[in-house]
Design a protein around this ligand. Sequence first.
Ligand SMILES: [Zn+2]
Length: 660
Amino acid sequence: MHCVPVDRRSFVIGAAIAPACAAQRGGARAASTAGDVPYYELDVALADEASALIVRGTVTLPASLSRRDTLTIALADTAADVRIWTSEDGEAGADLPLVRNEDGVGDLRRWRVALPAGREPPERLSFSLRLEQRSGLLFALARDAVFVSAAAFAWYPQVVDENDIRLLGVGVLSYRLGDLTVVSSGQRLGSTADDRVYFRAQTPNYFAFAAGRYLAPAGRPEHSRVWLLQSRPSTAQFGARIELVLRALEREFGPLPDRRLDLVEAPTEAARAAGFDGASLDGFMLLIGDYFEQPFNTAFFAHEAAHQWWGGSVRRRGLPGAYLMDESLAQYGSLRAVEALEGEDAARSYRRTGYPGYYTEYSAFWYLARSLAGIDAPLAEFHAADDFTARRVANSKAMFVWDMLSRVLGRRRFAAFLSSFASEHAYQRVSLDVFMQSLRSVAGADAWFIDQWFTRVGAPSFSFAWRHDGRNVTLNLAQAPPYYRARLPVRICGVAGQSAQVHVEIMYAEAQAQVAFPHAVAAVELDPDYTVLRWTEPMRARAVALLPYTRGDILLNQGNAAAAEGAFREALEQALPEGGELRFQLLRGLGDATSSTRPQEAVAFYRQSLSAAPALHEALPEVWRSLGDAFRAQGDMAGHAEAAAGQRAAILALHTRRAR
Ligand SMILES: [Zn+2]
């Protein structure tokens, strides 16, 4: 479906808001409910001195679910005083019986509602409920901070279809949360005299909101804004940067319905109790303060923003396609945004070793290093149950593979494909089969690429040689099975600064090319910008040397901290060169293995690791961040601030090195 542009001038702001919403409701539904979406009117209020959240409202059922005997809804187990009745009967009508479904997750509990006979569409149900719990997944209820997302926590009755899928909703949301400022899914319409704030969600959503004592944000409301709980001068450019990120992503994925994405601070303790440091919700991102204390992290924000398309609007149907259709495309968006905002050099170093201050493991090197220790999977066959392998491979190899495919097909053609796919399947669930079929059909004669890169593990390793006879340079490329087809650029540099660029295409064991170059040759480089994912000799030597760390880190990620600690200690007992990378990584590993249970020891390990670190190592910002977390775990906020400053300096140093 196509997104209808919103003319914000047509909104009536102020006391007349409620009638204006009602008047526009028909239009809004026509624009956004082509996909058969329930329409909500929600009223959210705090009660009993912010110890309870009262949710009242109505839902108009989609035509496909009308005239049934029963309706399935999702609603958190902890919802109290739940009442549902038919709107026709009004408040005085009898409550409809609710039957609890025993299986399923508590926060997304399914209930069956028995519907009375003889109703006429459109069918509308009214409901009211009360939430008193303090925290849950993507949920917090405290005096100074309230947030919740229906993506993980059914805080209002979510209509469930015959395939047990919770439907997205559209509608009007209103909030009365005392003196807290509300950021919500949808567009803010205005407020009424009784301090009720209205939002209209006209694109389908799992409704989410955050409320807190936010400072007035800079920037115009039609642009992305930054909502902070305390003044942070370092964020002055964040609003402008996220706008640039969104425009870069729109060039790859097509228009974002609201065209903006607010960044909203969440108190760290509340966020961690709710299971996140950063969460990309419908219409805004919720982040702990740490993200605002560091330089704007283009890779991180672009990844999270890209989830508005992949995982937010286009959602996967069934388990196959997990991580490929959401994580890896979000990560590809991140790479493209870094190239758009910071240039080709920044993108090259992101592909090779990661983006400064983001996860270095999201890079070719760390994909290759872990593949040596058995962490690998074909991109089209990720197992949702193995989150560690699937997420790491999706965010490293798959990111790179999408980038290669877009070079093979042409940047514009690939962007046109992703944009039309995202538009055709907006607010729908799509199976992996449908996705792969579309991909194969756009690849056409290049479908070999899909077989080669999506259905097997590993990466190629090419050997390269050249000779110069005074007139011509002859290039020889060779590989051992399994063969990869690839077209690799080669750059030839002459001693007086002459240069030539050619491509060598290889399909099987060998390929040769010849290029006229009647100058003295200074250097011949294969794929100098590392555009094809492959092993190089230095990468292999480094990955082999780091294996003791890589193996321990995998144990840690698989939840076996004790075994990981043992592996790191054992490796450290070997004679290791001072200033070498392995020693640095092993000490860092010991910090990671002890941070949740013995944060004091972790601080000591991280400090040793930092003093053993090779200069400008790409993982330095992460070690500083981990050190900060270990300080925080002990309540040492001065230590945390010191580590945040170290992290910031390390990020800036890595950016500066790259810029040279
Ligand atoms: Zn993600």
